[in-house]
Ligand binder design. Sequence first.
Ligand code: 5GP
Ligand code: ZN
Length: 113
Amino acid sequence: MENCIFCKIAAGEIPSNKVYEDEHVFAFRDIAPQAPVHILVIPKKHFASMNEVCGENTLYAAKCLEAIALIAKQEKLNKGYRVISNCGEDGGQTVMHLHFHILGGEKLSEKMV
Ligand code: 5GP
Ligand code: ZN
């Protein structure tokens, strides 16, 4: 999609620190990390959020979830990690291309979920 920063990152038009890529999924390090490991996992097909997980998009969302487990292993997050997908304004979503945050590398705060 035009003017979507995450579509441009997945297409290699904007540089990123890539950690994983396959046919359906692209993953890269967050530019403003909130934990020692902070990775964004995105589908290579543009859709805004969890609200659009239906039809063909469901495959892309599921492939993201599969990739998360692979990336966690690759990043040696064997003591655990947190996965977050902010959805819409109240959820704090700022980039309107579905993404999953992987946060880890330390004992995370218990304040939010
Ligand atoms: P949201 O708030 O939508 O859940 O998360 C968007 C995330 O994307 C934020 O954590 C932000 O730091 C990250 N981000 C925004 N623009 C860029 C970028 O150009 N490159 C990278 N690597 N991360 C970005
Ligand atoms: Zn996009």
